[in-house]
Design a protein around this ligand. Structure first.
Ligand SMILES: Cc1cc2nc3c(=O)[nH]c(=O)nc-3n(C[C@H](O)[C@H](O)[C@H](O)COP(=O)(O)OP(=O)(O)OC[C@H]3O[C@@H](n4cnc5c(N)ncnc54)[C@H](O)[C@@H]3O)c2cc1C
Length: 484
């Protein structure tokens, strides 16, 4: 995408940003802009984009915000650009947009192993935060398939969930404090890492999950945990989703917090991986309609995770809840099982166009939702292939639809809104959420308007207006301004 026409005011901002942060911190050439303007699924290509700014410090972020806001520009904050709802992509805007990419804010500022806290800058890649904690014999438990490229700021701005929410909670639960540049360029900082602080409103919670619309996160104080020193992983075949829910409840009843992950994978999702991922091998000998990847772990190196999991998996089979299963016998086998799960999104992409739903319902309602959505979708078109997988313990299912084999991608994608409506209606009927962990971004602004509670939407607009009255930060995302 080419940079938008640089008015004198915009050109002046870009020149001053280069003075402040260095010439290499301001990008305007189309080839240099492309990695920042391209959204991974090609769904969003907003404009105009005046340029990309790569600040190297919180002060440079603040200066950039002040300059851009004064010149009437909008700011799109971008981390690793792995979000799946168009939050980090420019929207269609009247104003010139500046993409503020955080990748140079990548210092681990402090780590206090005794207090179990770590202060990291927003541009740290999540895997690097995990590694810094591990080097100090600590665990930062946020983990998701994009962890090699997503950044801490993006994780917090989307309140990322991932694989270990069952035990450790989502990003919100892992955050003790934030440093944020506000829409007027002021810096709000609370990185004290206090576990108790009831001196007024808990302001950090406003910015976590706000998808770059209320402030720009520049650093965070995070909670660390003791490392997990023993672990066992099983791939089970529940007879159906209801059996999977019961199996998880029994595992948690017996093992409590030791159950750290429980992923449900449909047969179609696994088939996609086996078809498209080189060297992927079926974990079980018999075909099964549903699969469950369960991991248990303990901080005690001597806790008999494997023995307990073998024993409990046997009990699940005796109870008729599970028909088959395998326990990883080595770290390599464990990683191979996890690769099967983590490869699902990429493998599904190779099946052609898909329409995705990142939804959640109360855990007990997951089986009913899966059944109702599958039959509703296939009543509309029997050829649609339902690729369901997700974090069962959180009631969070990625209810993705792959196009019928013989249908052109464009013909299927033209029905995006209809299928969304069909699935989202069923989710709402079951007391669920249409945006479980990926956020709203641009993709679900209309859906939030449709399904959101009127009072909640009005409060969101009040907050947006109070914190960003000129609408400088990430316009066109999350909540539509100026109504209600
Ligand atoms: C293969 C794959 C697997 C995934 N699995 C999961 C999963 O299990 N759980 C999950 O929750 N998500 C998952 N995601 C979605 C995505 O990786 C996460 O939402 C991630 O946290 C986004 O981080 P990012 O740095 O890429 O953010 P970006 O995509 O760059 O930005 C996301 C949003 O945050 C805003 N933002 C970014 N940085 C800041 C900042 N410093 N301050 C303020 N706002 C900011 C952006 O404006 C945008 O609205 C997955 C994505 C992929 C591609």
């Amino acid at each position: 995408m080419a940079a938008g026409p640089a008015t004198p005011a915009v050109a002046e901002v870009l020149a001053r940003l280069a003075d402040i942060a260095g010439r290499r911190a301001v990008l305007t050439e189309p080839a240099a802009l492309a990695p920042f303007t391209q959204e991974r699924r090609g769904l969003f290509a907003g404009r105009p984009v005046a340029g990309v700014f790569l600040p190297g410090s919180t002060a440079e972020v603040a200066a950039g915000v002040k300059l851009a806001a004064a010149a009437g520009m909008a700011i799109v904050t971008q981390g690793g650009n792995t979000g799946l709802v168009g939050g980090a992509a420019p929207a269609a805007e009247a104003r010139p947009q500046l993409i503020l990419a955080t990748r140079r804010l990548k210092r681990i500022r402090a780590l206090d192993a005794a207090a179990d806290t770590l202060i990291a800058e927003a541009g740290c890649v999540l895997a690097d935060v995990q590694a810094a904690a591990a080097a100090a014999d600590r665990l930062f438990p946020l983990s998701l398939a994009a962890e090699g490229s997503c950044q801490l700021g993006g994780n917090l701005a989307t309140n990322a969930g991932g694989l270990n929410v069952l035990r450790y909670g989502n990003a919100r639960a892992l955050t003790l404090g934030l440093e944020v540049v506000l829409a007027d360029g002021r810096i709000w900082s609370d990185l004290s890492g206090l576990r108790k602080n009831n001196a007024g409103y808990d302001l950090k919670q406003l910015f976590i999950g706000s998808e770059g619309t209320l402030g720009i996160i520049t650093a965070a104080s995070l909670r660390l945990f003791p490392p997990l020193r023993s672990r066992a992983t099983a791939w089970l075949a529940p007879v159906d989703p209801a059996a999977a829910v019961t199996a998880l409840a029994r595992l948690r009843g017996a093992l409590g917090e030791r159950v750290i992950a429980c992923e449900l994978i449909s047969r179609f999702a696994l088939d996609c991986v086996l078809r498209h991922v080189p060297a992927a091998r079926a974990p079980l000998t018999a075909e099964a309609p549903w699969h469950l990847l369960v991991e248990i772990a303990d901080t005690d190196a001597h806790y008999p995770c494997r023995e307990r999991l073998v024993e409990l998996a046997g009990a699940l089979m005796d109870a008729g809840l599970v028909s088959d299963g395998v326990i990883a016998e080595s770290e390599a086998q464990r990683q191979a099982l996890w690769r099967l799960r983590e490869a699902v999104p990429e493998a599904q992409r190779r099946e052609g166009a898909s329409i995705k739903h990142d939804v959640s319902v109360p855990v007990a309602a997951v089986p009913d939702l899966l059944a109702a959505a599958t039959s509703a979708v296939q009543a509309r078109d029997a050829g649609v292939r339902v690729c369901a997988f997700g974090h069962l313990g959180d009631g969070n299912i990625h209810l993705n639809l792959s196009r019928p084999v013989a249908m052109a991608d464009a013909d299927f994608l033209a029905q995006w809104d209809d299928y969304n409506r069909l699935v989202h209606d069923l989710v709402i009927e079951r007391g669920g959420s249409i945006a479980a962990e990926h956020g709203v971004g641009q993709l679900k602004v209309d859906a939030l308007e449709r399904y959101g509670d009127a009072v909640s939407l009005a409060l969101m607009r009040t907050l947006k207006t109070a914190l960003d009255p000129a609408g400088v930060l990430n316009p066109g995302k999350v909540v539509r301004a100026g109504r209600g």
